[in-house]
Design a binder for this molecule. Structure first.
Ligand code: ATP
Ligand code: HSE
Length: 293
């Protein structure tokens, strides 16, 4: 039996819609695989009651198909679905690493990115790789039509998860089809600032580089209390705040010394609008890890 732990991820980071992603230290999915004549899936853990075990409907089934690697697959969810923390991608990335090893397919982590993205196509209608890439490779990733660029980074972050669901499919409906040139220019400036911040491990630049006036205002309107949570996080020392992935998770960058206060302020602000939430105090971290037994 092989076991793989694949981390939650946060895509977009505001200015990098459908391009940027980071691996988070916590939470994570754990996937166990054994060879079998046909694929079966069992799911336990966070939000497992909302996740289909039918291989034709689970991201992990799509990965097993793409690798022609039938297996008995057990998923222990640490990443709640429809969270904005790349839940469907964590399982897909873990399964890609595990099944590649189980069947000696010999694919590199980079070669596994499009395989794991097949799972994303199944649930959101598009094979976007901005969650599976950081879950497989770790650190900060930039996904374009030309491929994936990755650097290791270590930025303290808080990922605050309100107790509500926003599906990626629905959140894509509100993305504007056009943008003003002045907003595009500002967003390019932010994206460049964020990228330099990741390269320098500088929370100030990363936070400043999360600003985006194109997609985030539309997405944040789907999250009860977002403006209040954002303001509270800044008051507690956050250097930047944005919607995590398609939401409803909210991501804040900060210095390590402020992380606990930022987490508490975000939870309190959600609470003030009647929404329960959980804050992960974590850091941009490593990609999927394989364990053999
Ligand atoms: N292995 C899986 N893990 C989680 N969700 C899965 C899995 N397989 C299928 N799904 C389905 O995918 C949907 C969740 O994916 P979605 O992309 O909406 O959320 P997410 O991955 O948490 O968010 P985001 O991509 O914004 O970070 C749910 O409908 C869920 O049932
Ligand atoms: N970039 C995708 C990621 C979803 O996690 C979106 O924001 O729709």
């Amino acid at each position: 039996m092989l076991t793989v732990r694949a981390p939650a991820t946060s895509a977009n980071l505001g200015s990098g819609f459908d391009v940027f992603g980071v691996a988070l230290g916590t939470p994570a999915d754990v996937v166990r695989v054994e060879r079998a004549p046909e694929t079966t899936i069992t799911v336990t853990g966070a939000g497992s009651q909302y996740i289909p075990e039918d291989p034709a409907k689970n991201t992990v089934g799509a990965v097993a198909d793409a690798l022609d690697a039938p297996a008995r697959i057990r998923i222990d969810k640490g990443v709640r679905p429809s969270s904005g923390l790349g839940s469907s991608a964590s399982s897909a990335a873990a399964a890609a690493v595990a099944l590649n090893e189980l069947y000696d397919r010999g694919l590199s982590r980079r070669e596994l990115v499009p395989i794991a993205a097949e799972g994303e196509a199944l649930v959101s209608g598009e094979a976007h790789a901005d969650n599976v890439a950081p879950s497989l490779l770790g650190g900060f990733t930039v996904v374009t039509d030309d491929g994936v660029t990755q650097i290791d980074a270590s930025i303290p972050v808080v990922a605050c998860l309100p107790d509500m669901a926003v599906s990626t499919r629905d959140a894509r409906e509100v993305v504007p089809e056009r943008a003003h040139m002045s907003d595009v220019v500002d967003t390019v400036g932010s994206a460049a600032t964020l990228t330099i911040g990741m390269a320098r491990n500088d929370p100030e630049l990363v936070g400043r580089g999360m600003e985006d006036e194109i997609v985030t205002p539309e997405r944040s309107a789907l999250i009860d209390g977002y403006d209040r949570v954002r303001e509270a996080a800044f008051e507690a020392g956050a250097t930047g705040v944005t919607v995590s992935g398609a939401g409803p998770g909210v991501l804040a960058a900060c210095y390590r010394s402020d992380r606990r206060a930022v987490a508490a302020a975000m939870v309190e602000a959600f609470d003030a609008v009647g929404v329960d939430s959980r804050a992960y105090q974590t850091v941009v971290g490593d990609g999927a890890r394989l364990y053999t037994e």
